[in-house]
Write a protein of this length. Structure first.
Length: 341
């Protein structure tokens, strides 16, 4: 899949590269660039995928907590570093808050330290999170970081660790003149998502006609962003000269609804016989999460194109193909389904 971002002939190093977003990035860039995917394979979206056989892609199994392995893998010809690797997912974070802090903070230090030694580095992009805004994030801009969190509640170690990562990113830019950028993803979904995520869980259950499990009352409000739109924002931030030293919200504020309405919409689009079951979470959740993307529009020319029903239809179609391929022992297709291309 050719790209028009002006980074052809580059060597991109993607931490967490075997994950959902890392593989989507690789799919868009692999034909025209050399790509190293660095990942411990905890969430392996490359598994059973034809993408792993692409001649321009090298998978290095390693951990960002291993600085020696990281520096060895990040060879001198690397031009762009995209740091996706992190511990995420509410259940994982709650059960391992110390590990979350260690990976997301020390791991980020390790990545930036290794990248600082590169002679040809043109850009390093760090993935933060919309959770840095705390429990209530309505129309939030890049400059309104004032999270309200509860000390001692493991759920918030993720947000604090990623906010610390933003400071690490900014400080390497200021003190070492590194060409850094921070992107904040807002609720990304789409084909090939692995591990955690409401849409991933809802879709996989809906196509099996199983009940969709909704946390609490399902009144949480989210703005959902299709993965291709998010990757477009990331790549724009990777090449735009004006992006250096800045942070960007990347999402789709138009695709906003409650979790309950999302479940019902997925059931309708999938033509599923699934019902809904409500389950108490047992820990605090983000009540409202809607981005202001005006800065990304003005600086990057970013504009999300895939609306929610279209994105869900593509995602549902892809997961049906995935299940059929797995049942027949065939490779899972990497190319997303484009219904209205």
């Amino acid at each position: 899949m050719a790209n028009n971002y002006g980074i052809e002939g580059s060597h991109l190093f993607i931490t967490g590269g075997a994950g959902f977003i890392g593989t989507t990035l690789a799919l868009m860039l692999a034909d025209d660039n050399t790509i190293t995917l660095y990942d411990n394979l905890h969430n392996n979206a490359l598994e059973h995928s034809p993408l792993r056989e692409h001649p321009n892609i090298t998978l290095v199994q390693g951990d960002i907590l291993d600085p020696q392995a990281l520096e060895k893998a990040m060879t001198d010809d690397v031009t762009h570093v995209i740091h996706c690797a992190a511990i995420a997912g509410v259940d994982t974070v709650v059960n391992a808050p110390l590990k979350t802090l260690q990976v997301n903070i020390q791991g980020t230090f390790n990545v930036f330290n290794a990248a600082s030694k590169l002679k040809n580095l043109q850009r390093i992009v760090d993935f933060s999170t919309s959770e840095v805004f705390g429990q209530h994030a309505y129309n939030v801009s890049e400059f309104e970081i004032s999270p309200t969190v509860t000390i001692g509640e493991g759920r918030w170690t993720y947000a604090i660790s990623k906010l610390t990562g933003e400071f690490i990113t900014h400080c390497y830019h200021v003190q070492h003149d590194m060409p850094t950028v921070t992107v904040r993803p807002f609720n990304i979904y789409g084909p090939n998502q692995v591990g955690v995520g409401a849409i991933h869980n809802f879709v996989t259950r809906a196509i099996k006609n199983e009940d969709l499990i909704i946390h609490d009352e399902g009144s949480q409000i989210r703005a959902w962003c299709y993965v291709d739109d998010f990757v477009d924002g990331v790549l724009r931030a990777t090449v735009a000269p004006e992006a250096v030293g800045r942070s960007f919200n990347i999402g789709n504020p138009r695709s906003t609804l409650t979790t309950y309405n999302l479940a019902e919409l997925i059931i309708r689009i999938a033509e599923s016989s699934s019902g809904t079951t409500f389950k108490e979470m047992g820990f605090s959740d983000v009540a409202l999460r809607i981005p202001n993307i005006q800065t990304a529009r003005e600086v990057l020319g970013y504009e999300p194109k895939v609306e929610l029903e279209e994105g869900l239809a593509r995602t549902i179609a892809w997961y049906r193909i995935k299940l059929a391929a797995q049942a027949e022992g065939k490779p899972v297709p990497t190319t997303p389904v484009a219904l209205n291309a």
